[in-house]
Write a protein that binds this ligand. Structure first.
Ligand SMILES: Nc1ncnc2c1ncn2[C@@H]1O[C@H](COP(=O)(O)OP(=O)(O)O)[C@@H](O)[C@H]1O
Ligand SMILES: [Mg+2]
Length: 344
């Protein structure tokens, strides 16, 4: 295997130490993905340089010019504290004619905007929950005759930020309160969707042109109290002791109705293409009791720590973690960026 010079881009506070020794579980959780990627690439014999970014691109530009990485391994999830700005860093890499892993700027922009995604997906006949948008800075005009329960979330935030049990609203009062909460807390427009009760399914896709779909993954909500809606709140996703308390787990989805896997694969590929995604992505779905599927969102550059859904699903599909990282770098190196067509 060719030795790769990989510049690993991470948030400045998430540059991991060389070893796990001396760090608490809580500290490790912060930079687990960064640690997993960097330590595995090193163990494979690649030349690896981690680079922490916060609010300046000078160091990145210098490192690209001086060190000439074959690929930038992009693990950024924000820039200067703004989640939607990671796409601009990727755009900068393209301007530098620098190959990088994961999604291109256009795919990041489209998939990060949940409203724009839904509009595009409806054109491509991909079912998503019906929705309305309540813009920040405007007094919400709540239409009469709504069908409750509804689900209220940020139009751009991810990682379940702003998502709690109170996101599911049962009447107009709860709806207005939650819209105001999203406006204030996330500084973004509020997306209000019909609430889809059902199974929670995740589907990973890898590729640029030819796409590979990973085994369907499912989050099960264990013994969460009956009065709480079974949704992936921030706590459900990230709080280890909460997960253990209620037996919340993710694993390969079993006993799906006939035809559901094929339909998920077909929809996931269609979503990947419709949103101009490249590299690797994960689609979040809900499967209703009547068998109807709805996509909730597409995640460009999903979490790829070794123990998380994407890597575990790849492993179930026969792809080891080392192989997964290798494939992600290869896809990055092969992505046909516009500059390649004009460079002699
Ligand atoms: N319309 C909906 N109906 C039912 N549950 C939903 C709906 N939208 C979101 N959820 C729940 O909230 C979780 C997070 O929503 P999602 O749109 O995926 O945002 P995030 O970007 O924070 O992951 C989902 O995984 C799901 O459990
Ligand atoms: Mg999600």
């Amino acid at each position: 295997m060719r030795k790769t010079r990989a510049l690993v881009l991470v948030h400045s506070t998430l540059v991991p130490p060389d070893s796990l020794q001396g760090s608490t579980e809580k500290e490790i959780d912060e930079w687990r993905t960064e640690y997993d990627v960097i330590s595995h690439l090193k163990a494979q014999g690649h030349e690896v340089m981690p680079l922490g970014l916060s609010d300046s691109l000078s160091e990145l530009r210098r490192a690209i010019i001086d060190w000439k990485p074959h690929v930038v391994f992009n693990l950024l999830e924000e820039f200067d504290g703004i989640v939607t700005y990671d796409q601009h860093v990727v755009a900068f890499l393209e301007l530098m004619h620098q190959p990088y892993t994961g999604c291109n700027p256009r795919g990041m922009l489209l998939s990060r905007d949940k409203v724009l995604s839904k509009q595009l997906l409806s054109y491509h006949r991909v079912p998503t929950p019906q929705f309305m948008v309540f813009a920040r800075g405007k007094k919400p005009r709540i239409p009469k005759k709504l069908r409750f329960p509804l689900f209220v979330k940020s139009s751009t935030e991810d990682a379940s930020l702003g998502i709690a049990h109170a996101s599911v609203v049962a009447d107009e009062k709860q709806l207005s309160e939650r819209i105001a909460f999203i406006h204030e807390q996330t500084h973004s427009d509020a997306l209000v969707e019909e609430y889809i009760e059902g199974r929670e399914l995740y589907v990973g896709v890898m590729g640029n042109d030819r796409l590979k779909v990973l085994p369907v993954w499912e989050m099960t909500f264990g013994s969460l109290p009956e009065n709480l809606p079974a949704i992936a709140t921030r706590k459900v996703k990230w709080d280890r002791s909460y997960q253990q308390k209620y037996g919340i787990t993710t694993a390969a989805a079993e006993n799906l109705p006939d035809g559901t896997v094929a339909r998920l694969e077909q929809l996931s590929k269609r979503i990947f293409r419709a949103l101009h995604l490249t590299g690797y992505a994960r689609m979040d779905f809900r499967l209703r009791a009547d068998g109807e599927l709805f996509v909730l969102e597409a995640n460009a550059n999903p979490n790829i720590s070794a123990a998380e859904d994407f890597a575990q699903s790849a492993l179930t599909g026969g792809m080891s973690y080392n192989h997964l990282l290798q494939r992600i770098m290869q896809l990055g190196a092969n992505y046909p960026a516009a500059w390649r067509a004009v460079e002699p």
